[in-house]
Ligand binder design. Structure first.
Ligand code: A2P
Length: 304
């Protein structure tokens, strides 16, 4: 699988397996299948997904078999919002490494640019019903992330869910530039300007929820007539068209599935090419619809 070059000279494979909402009891099998049978070399994880210990058992098994080397796989995880305080960043990363049974991560991301209070669980809610935060700046957190690179715990660092002004601010003090901004991208949320802005600043993009995520249901891009029509013409599936669209835009992309035949299907995307016309047809579907918007559940108008 082809890779994208990061601003520090390292490479991220264009296709990865997403693991958000990959249930315990299923995720290890999916990861093992992706790595050993379907040629995936990029696995996207996060502490908040609650499944890193199980994914760790898959990594241990695969790397112990010596069929695939650790250095051949690009593994990402993410710092959760309750661990933004600089005193907590390294411990959070170490816990993830322990859970994943790894010595280093290829990429560690700030999952969201918002520091939650570190009491009362992973999404602490105050008496007012809104998310409880703490006064820690992104700058403080980023400096602690930079230390992780220095210490060899992670090869690259980056961000997720960052808007252009957040990136601009980060770049004003970052000694280690963010390698990646991981954001929600599918044809209903094409993010053209933010992608262009990041790429201009040598930050690569990973597209999450490229199929619209489970939240989209029947109203998601997998069921859009433009997509199903293009899929039919290429004798491919709608999921393959959506993944291919992101790859042809120069992005890395991390479709999630725990169904082994879909993990396989989602990797069969190199034997066809969308035409220029297809790319335009798909891009015009944009409606700036997010299926992953915490404004609804944190009471923080994050993207507004
Ligand atoms: P499942 O894990 O049950 O296969 P996204 O990557 O955009 O977050 O999308 C993930 C959602 O899309 C999940 O609900 C996943 O379900 C489903 N999905 C993954 N691959 C395919 C596919 N090839 N065809 C249809 N649905 C898929």
């Amino acid at each position: 699988m082809e890779s994208l070059l990061l601003n520090n000279g390292k490479k991220i494979p264009k296709l990865g397996l997403g693991t958000w909402r990959s249930d315990p009891g299923q995720v290890a099998k999916a990861v093992e299948h992706a790595l050993t049978q379907q040629g995936y070399r990029h696995i996207d994880c996060a502490a908040i997904y609650g499944n890193e210990p199980e994914i760790g058992t898959a990594f241990k098994k695969v790397f112990a078999s010596k069929q695939i080397k650790r250095s051949d796989v690009f593994i990402t995880s993410k710092l959760w919002n309750t661990n933004h305080h600089p005193d907590k960043v390294e411990a959070a990363c170490s816990q993830t490494l322990q859970n994943l049974q790894l010595e280093y991560l290829d990429l560690y991301l700030i999952h969201w640019g918002i520091a939650f209070a570190d009491t009362d669980g992973s999404e602490p809610v105050g008496k007012d019903g809104f998310e409880k935060t703490q006064p820690v700046s992104i700058q403080q957190t980023w400096q602690a992330m930079e230390q992780l690179v220095q210490k060899g715990l992670v090869k690259s660092i980056g961000v997720a869910n960052f808007t252009a002004p957040m990136i601009l601010d980060l770049l004003s003090y970052a000694k280690v530039k963010p390698a990646i901004n991981q954001i929600e991208i599918h044809p209903y949320n094409s993010q053209e300007e933010l992608i262009a802005y990041c790429q201009r600043n040598k930050i690569q993009i990973t597209a999450y929820s490229p199929l619209g995520s489970a939240s989209a249901g029947e109203s998601g891009p997998l069921h859009d007539l433009v997509i199903t029509d293009i899929a039919q013409k290429h004798k491919k599936t709608p999921a393959q068209v959506l993944i291919r669209w992101s790859i042809q835009r120069g992005l890395s992309v991390i479709p999630k599935s725990t169904h082994l035949q879909r993990v396989a299907e989602n990797s069969q995307i190199t034997d066809f090419k969308l035409t220029k016309k297809n790319m335009v047809q798909i891009s015009t579907l944009n409606k700036n619809i997010r299926f992953v918007d915490p404004s609804q559940w944190w009471g923080v108008p994050y993207f507004k």
